[in-house]
Design a binder for this molecule. Sequence first.
Ligand code: TXA
Ligand code: MG
Length: 318
Amino acid sequence: MENCYSNIFNFNKKNLKKTIKSLNNHKVVALPTETVYGLGGNAYSRNSIQKIFKLKGRPKSNPLIIHYYSLNEANNDIEFNQYFKKLYKRFCPGPITFVLKKKIRSKIHSLACSNLKTIAVRFPANKIIRSILKNLNYPLAMPSANKSTKVSPVSPVDVFDEFNNKIKIILDGGNCKIGIESTVVDLTNYPRILRPGIISKNSIEKTLKIKIKNNKKNRKVISPGMMKKHYSPGIPVKINQLKYDGKSAYVYLGKKFINKKNFFTLSKRFDLDEAASNLYKTLRFIKKQGYKRIQISKIPKKGSGIAINDRIERASKS
Ligand code: TXA
Ligand code: MG
C-alpha cells in the first residue's frame, strides 16, 4: 500500500535493492528491528559513521552497536568466549547485545567504538534487517533512530517524526514487536548488565548458571543509557504516581480507567512484556496529543518491569 510519506518505503525486492545500494554508497538509512528502529550505516566507513553521529546529535564518546547476520561475520571483529557462546546459542538471533573484546585485525571503524578496545555486537531477529545484513559485505553500525536523549522509534512514522526528510530511506517493517531496546550485557570480564531489556538478568543467569551483577555507576564506559537526560518524550514525566493530578496524561497498568479521558493503559492484563512494547508508543502518542505533562503509576520491578523502570526513571530526570 502507498503511504503519504515520500521516504517511507514498503519492503519488497526493489526497495531492498535500493536500500543496499544506498548503504554501499555510504548513506545512512532507517531500518526496522524487533526492538526499535535503527539508523544503519556501513560499520567500516568513517563517512557513514560520522553521518550517524551528526544526525543523532550524539556525543562521539557514546559507542554504537554493530549488527551482524551471523557468528561467521562477527568472528572477524570480536574475541569469542564461553559466556558469549552460551548466550548466543540460547538467545540469538534476538534482542540482546554483547560487549566483547575487539580483535586487533577488526575493520570496524574506531569512531563507531569511540576508540574503545571493545565492541557491542548484536544479531537481530527481524526478517527485514536480516535480509539486508545477508546481502552486505560489512556489518551495520546502528543506534536507535532517534535524536540523542529522545525516546526510541517503534514505527516508521516515529522515525519520520524524528528526522523528517533528512533520511532518504525509512524501510517499513510495521510496529516493532518488542518496543524497547535490547538488553546490553558486558562479557569482557565477569558478566554485567549494562542496560536491562526484555531478556532478563534472571534468564541470563539461568543460561550461564552463575549470579551476575548490574552495572556500577563508576564504570569507565558510560552508556548513553547512563546519561541523566535520556529517553525523554519532550515533556516532563513523573513516576511512581499514586494519585491523578487532574490535568496530566496518566499512564498505568490494568483497565481500571479504561475509556476515561487522559488515562492510558500500557497493558490491560498487567502483562509487563506487553507494557514494555507499548511504552514508547504511548509516550509519543501523549506528546502528539498536546499534553504538557505525564504521570506514570508504579510499575512492578520484576521481569520486563525492570527495563520499563530503567527507561521511565531516566525519562523523569529530564
Ligand atoms: O535494540 C537495540 O539495541 C537498538 C536496535 C536499533 O538494535 N539499538 C540501540 O542502540 O539501542 P543505541 O545506540 O541507542 O544504544 C547502544 C547502547 C548504548 O547504551 C551504548 O553506550 C552501548 O550500547 N554500547 C555500545 N558500544 C559499547 C561498548 N563498547 N561498551 C559498552 N557499551 C557500549
Ligand atoms: Mg538509543
